[in-house]
Design a protein. Structure first.
Length: 461
């Protein structure tokens, strides 16, 4: 019979990651440990801590992608070491980024999309700031050319995401955020004459207002600005914040005119990692023409053996998310994107119809004609004995995260709740959430709140 010799230590056979020395200690919080630890132990101990996070698939407050095909994960893993800004070292990744820019420009009906200028960013917030900077510089150059003062720029918006507040503060621009009057949920054409003047660098129109999911009327806003130009000579551009709607409207609402088909629209930003279906960490901005991006903002950088133009707030960035975005464009095509977004919109409409049957709730957005989401409030004029913040807290017991917050000025007294229906939110998953909302409403009605309610349950910061 054959003889076998074993070199294993007697204790090796029962080694377990939770029996190793590193598992006998709490993970370090304030100081890098002196000694290394076993990789499997560190991996599993960190993974255990991450179990305390919420389940991202149940987070229906976030716009961000939470589902991806395994091929996307593989491309991310294989590209983690690619620095997208180093175009000399990674020229094919740079070429893929360039292809994405032109594909997006074509999607948004840019004239001569094959020559359009644009770039990737870490997300739509950075892209929005780049769009704002370009508007400020173009306005300032025009004012200086006329010998006019250029020290008091302002930007006119409706209810915008906090990135625009950051842009205004960081880059010394007055933010004229038009308050909501009456039943308004966004910027209206009739608002513009009161807020625009010779110092207005541009108007931001939001395609998919963060609070409600509704689209602002870009074409009507453009017509109002046309009238202002006829009467005053002021040529005020529009930047469309398509963070969420930029990848939705062209594919499931193709007749809606909001993009470069409108001449006054000079730039558009969007999140690739929202309804662009890419993983977290990529946004896009495209300008109508090269003239809309002042040359002074573009840096020519000598880096690792080559010269490259760059316009960004960040420098070194991973290339995997951009490669994953390109994968989705090729993998899904326009038809695939349309099928996914139509499925999401259908689920949103179904969920809205069911929510409308729930006694205390009143719809604001039913998922039709805007983003695939549902927005509602408690019916006014009734003492319900609870708030939407209470409802958010109650459904979170089962892991569901839905956003509750007040609308901006002058409608702060209106608190809304919004449910995002993203890729991966099936009809069955929506039905499970609906059942949880029903149970929560029944519980809250039976246990009317006796103390103060908590505040907003979701932060856009």
């Amino acid at each position: 019979m054959p003889l076998h010799h074993a070199d294993r230590h007697p204790g090796d056979a029962i080694d377990d990651i939770y029996a190793l020395d590193s598992a006998d200690r709490r993970l370090s919080k304030y100081r890098i440990p002196d000694q290394p630890s076993e990789p499997s132990a560190v991996y599993n101990l960190i993974r255990d801590e991450l179990l305390l996070d919420g389940n991202s698939r149940q987070n229906l407050a976030t716009f961000c992608t939470t589902w991806a095909e395994p091929q996307v994960r593989d491309l991310l893993s294989e590209s983690f070491d690619k620095n997208i800004v180093d175009k000399d070292e990674y020229p094919q990744s740079a070429e893929i980024e360039n292809r994405c820019v032109h594909m997006i420009a074509d999607l948004w009906h840019a004239p001569k999309s094959w020559t359009t200028i644009g770039c990737s960013t870490t997300g739509s917030s950075e892209a929005a700031m780049l769009g704002g900077l370009a508007m400020k510089w173009r306005w300032r150059k025009a004012r200086q050319a006329q010998g006019l003062p250029a020290d008091r720029p302002n930007l006119v918006t409706g209810p915008v995401q906090v990135c625009w507040e950051k842009f205004a503060r960081y880059f010394d621009v007055e933010l004229r955020q038009v308050p909501l009057e009456g039943a308004a949920n966004g910027l209206a054409p009739e608002d513009l004459r009161r807020f625009c003047d010779e110092n207005t660098i541009g108007v931001v129109a939001t395609l998919g207002v963060t609070f409600t999911g509704l689209y602002e009327p870009v074409a009507a806003l453009a017509r109002a600005l046309d009238g202002i130009e006829r009467d005053t000579g002021l040529d005020i551009p529009i930047h469309v914040d398509g963070a969420s709607g930029g990848f939705v409207a062209p594919l499931i609402q193709p007749a809606l005119e909001w993009d470069f088909r409108i001449e006054r629209v000079r730039s558009i930003n969007a999140s690739g990692h929202k309804f662009g279906l890419a993983p977290l960490g990529v946004g896009w901005i495209v300008w109508r023409s090269r003239e809309d991006l002042p040359e002074e903002l573009v840096f020519k950088v000598d880096y690792l053996g080559g010269e490259m133009p760059t316009f960004a707030l960040n420098f070194s960035r991973p290339g995997g998310e951009i490669i994953a975005q390109y994968y989705n464009f090729l993998r899904l095509g326009r038809q695939g994107y349309a099928r996914i977004h139509n499925a999401c919109a259908g689920t949103a409409r179904w969920l809205a119809a069911e929510v409308a049957k729930l006694g205390p709730l009143e719809l604001i957005h039913d998922g039709d004609g805007g983003l695939p989401c549902v927005c509602y409030r408690l019916k006014p004029g009734i003492d319900h004995g609870f708030t939407l913040y209470d409802l958010s807290d109650r459904v979170r017991i089962r892991g569901w995260q839905i956003a509750s917050y007040p609308l901006p000025a002058n409608r702060q007294q209106t608190v809304v709740q919004r449910i995002l229906v993203r890729h991966g939110v099936s009809r069955d998953l929506a039905a499970l959430l609906l059942e949880e909302i029903r149970r929560a409403l029944a519980h809250l009605a039976a246990h009317r709140a006796s103390g103060p309610s908590s505040g907003p349950s979701f932060s856009h910061n």
